[in-house]
Design a binder for this molecule. Structure first.
Ligand SMILES: Nc1nc2c(ncn2[C@@H]2O[C@H](COP(=O)(O)OP(=O)(O)OP(=O)(O)O)[C@@H](O)[C@H]2O)c(=O)[nH]1
Ligand SMILES: [Mg+2]
Length: 349
């Protein structure tokens, strides 16, 4: 199971530039709006110092890092929810991702055409978010129409759903995202099938230098907003470690990937397969051991008996697998065990 992150924003803001830097795939980043039409999809290895440390101890024949998927989506413009630009197509692609990276242009370059007049990040954020919200409103209204009859005939589940949707509708009408309603776990379950765009976690990226806030937009954005100069990031991928050092450049894509993990509430666990292959896996926080087993092997959930678990910190502390066992650091856990970040797990079937 891999998690996917959609890269969105107005046309010509640097979405494909970021995608190219992340995945090192050859994609078109020509300087014209709507350069990307069909989404580009690529996977990125998740940078992980812990995996490095584990393999120094285990010395496996093979190492497989965990991955995260990025989708570079076509730019959107005002009226996209009504089908303007590549509107509906674009919005459909956003439905499929787990989280959103919203790219905002803050760089000034008269050679790079802006679809609106001049650089104005606050306005641009408003345009994109309004389109997403309007699409969600459309989704709600369509669905309310569909369930109206059931509500009238007092169908309990439908009434419940209707009430939640009314609450969301009110928030949207006040210009808020669905996530602003802060739906409870139960409410989330009820509305899950509607796949709202603005319930997805978002990271804003200001395409600018790290310390630049010349437009003063940062204060209006969430704490996890990342200023990243995407053009520089792409250049960084073409330089050697030595050249980066000489130029005093440091890529910030690792920080970006880690932030994605954080907003998606993801944790990493490891398997070592008796020293054959050390591999990192990604699951949502709170996942129980058998479910985590299923991503390692399709049989592992059904045939799960127990899991032998040692946290990587404990392994590093003693320095060898044998020592960890001798010191009783390898615990036996049952099917109700919730996988913790950094666990090394051996599934017993
Ligand atoms: N000066 C400058 N140019 C940039 C920066 N980031 C991207 N560009 C340029 O902007 C142009 C568009 O970049 P893309 O990455 O293709 O933009 P996009 O958002 O994918 O555009 P669409 O696919 O058309 O929606 C390219 O010529 C980039 O080189 C930046 O930080 N500074
Ligand atoms: Mg593009």
């Amino acid at each position: 199971m891999s998690f996917s992150i959609g890269i969105i924003g107005l046309p010509n803001v640097g979405k494909s530039t970021l995608f190219k830097a992340l995945t090192q795939q050859e994609v078109d980043i020509s300087n014209y709006p709507f350069c990307t039409i069909d989404p580009n999809v690529g996977v990125v290895r998740v940078p992980d110092e812990r995996l490095q440390k584990i393999i120094e101890i285990i010395k496996p024949q093979k190492v497989t890092p965990t991955i995260i998927e990025f989708v570079d989506i076509a730019g959107l413009v005002k009226g996209a929810h009504k089908g303007e630009g590549l509107g509906n197509q674009f919005l459909a692609h956003i439905r499929e991702v787990d989280a959103i990276l919203h790219i905002i242009r803050t760089f000034s370059d008269k050679d790079i055409k802006h679809v609106e007049e001049g650089v104005d990040p606050q306005r641009d954020i408003g345009i994109v978010n309004t389109e997403l919200i309007m699409k969600d409103l459309e989704t709600i209204d369509k669905h309310i129409k569909k369930i109206e009859k059931d509500v009238e005939s007092k169908d309990k589940d439908r009434i419940k759903e209707f009430e939640i949707l009314q609450k969301i509708r009110k928030a949207i009408n006040e210009g808020n995202a669905v996530s602003a309603v802060n739906p409870s776990e139960k409410e989330r379950e009820v509305i899950k099938h509607l796949n709202f765009l603005t319930i997805k976690p978002v990271i804003y990226i200001l395409n600018t230098k790290e310390d630049d806030d010349s437009f003063g937009v940062r204060k209006s954005l969430p704490e996890n907003t990342l200023p990243i100069d995407l053009k520089i990031e792409l250049e960084c991928t073409e330089l050697s470690k030595k050249e980066l050092k000489e130029l005093n450049l440091k890529s910030r894509l690792d920080v970006l990937i880690k932030t994605c993990y954080k907003i998606l509430n993801l944790v990493t666990f490891y398997t070592i397969k008796g020293g054959e292959e050390t591999r990192a896996w990604t699951v949502e926080q709170g996942v129980k051991a058998p479910e985590a087993g299923r991503i390692v092997h399709s049989d592992f959930q059904e045939k799960f008996i127990r899991a032998e678990v040692v946290n990587y910190k404990d392994l590093l502390g003693v320095g060898s697998w044998a020592e960890a066992r001798a010191e009783g650091l390898i615990r036996t856990e049952g099917k109700d065990y919730s996988v913790k970040d950094g666990d090394i797990i051996e599934f017993k079937i």
